[in-house]
Design a protein around this ligand. Sequence first.
Ligand SMILES: Cc1ncc(COP(=O)(O)O)c(C=O)c1O
Length: 456
Amino acid sequence: MIMKKKDFTRRKFIATVSAGSVAAVMSKVIPKFRNITIVNNNTRKLAILGGSPVAPEKVWPKWPYVDERVVEEIVKTTRSGIWCRIQSPTGTVPTFEKEFANLIGSKLSVCTGSGTQALSTCVEALGIGPGDEVITSPYTDPGTISSILTSRALPVMADLDPEYYQLDPDDVEKRITENTKAIMPVHMGGQSCNMERIMAIAKKHNLRVIEDAAQAHLAEYQGKKVGTIGDLGCFSFQSSKTIACGEGGAIIGNDEELMDKCFTVQNHGTNHKGRTERIGPKYRMNEFEGAILLGQLPGVKERFALRNKNAAYLTSRLKDFPGLLPQKLYEGTVSGSFYLYMMSYHKENFNNASRNNFLKALEAEGISLSTYLPNGLHKEPWIDHILTLKVYQKMYSPSRLKRYREELSLPNCDKVCDKMAMIWASGPLLGTQSDMDDVINAVMKVYDNRDELNSI
Ligand SMILES: Cc1ncc(COP(=O)(O)O)c(C=O)c1O
């Protein structure tokens, strides 16, 4: 059913009707996504103004995921005395590497101590260093940028596709120079970038692609798991992620020679045969992290499917609602990880109330949304720090550094940051349909009271 704007005000008429008499009527006149059971004056009044909240003391499924298997794996590792991956070829880390590669559908996997370390290992293994440039997103965790800086390459940020929150392939292509060596697309929220376009651009300009799939475990695009599309793919297992062990990361890839290099780089330059042959930090994952990950693998596909189901449900309930627009997914997206369930807040539909007031009112109803990043990373002070470092001044010409500063205007990213309202979804999207209804009901209640929002 296509919703007309006037439908959004229809609920007003039931404001003072009693709960019992209204249920049958509501199902006929209230658009499907509203499905609201708030019917008396106190529940209709915004909680922030003294009304009853939609979801008082809301408890979401706990995250990170812990069950007896996870605990048993840690105890087993503790007792075994095998705490470091090089102590045994059948320890938890080598075992998890095999299982993770199988799960994602790549030939090989190398684990690291974090997602940042995984990305950094890839940059180094690809021979990218001072004087080189890597194009990436400004809308990401600092770890993405840090992985490029660690090799003293230049992170060049391109603007976003504003409704998708992902790198805009056209803007990526505009920023390619003779020194560009790679593109590092970030699958924001855990949903795929426009990889068809990004891969075509990389091919045309002979560039490597390191997928930052830190948020995108098991997500699928055009029949391939995210992370397997570029030359290398990187994941994070930091506590909040949909597969988590506190701090951890993994690289996946099919090119054996390149994956061997990745192993060697993260193993302080020492190869599989024990020979130290190149520059490399010590980024090895430890066996306790491997134990947690092994313990977490059973059920991972079911949890992934449930997040996708709940995300699809939320999106269907928000369909045609102009106030909160869910992240758009590229054609070819089969599934996302839904590490984040991302939306844009459109204040013009909320009586021009600020996002801050909207979020405050929503929180009082029992539903907390996050703004994620206050700014894109192009606005952070690291830029001054980096560009004044000796190594950057030596390796990049003054005109390149001047142009770098001049090209830091990324208006789409700024708009995305200003409008973002999202759910940290690893735990919440494992909830019930009724949990999802709580989110929507709270949003709709705030929407119905939008005239009050400017005075809270
Ligand atoms: C998109 C993205 N890239 C990189 C990272 C860095 O991963 P880690 O925190 O495991 O170092 C994160 C972590 O949040 C991330 O979300």
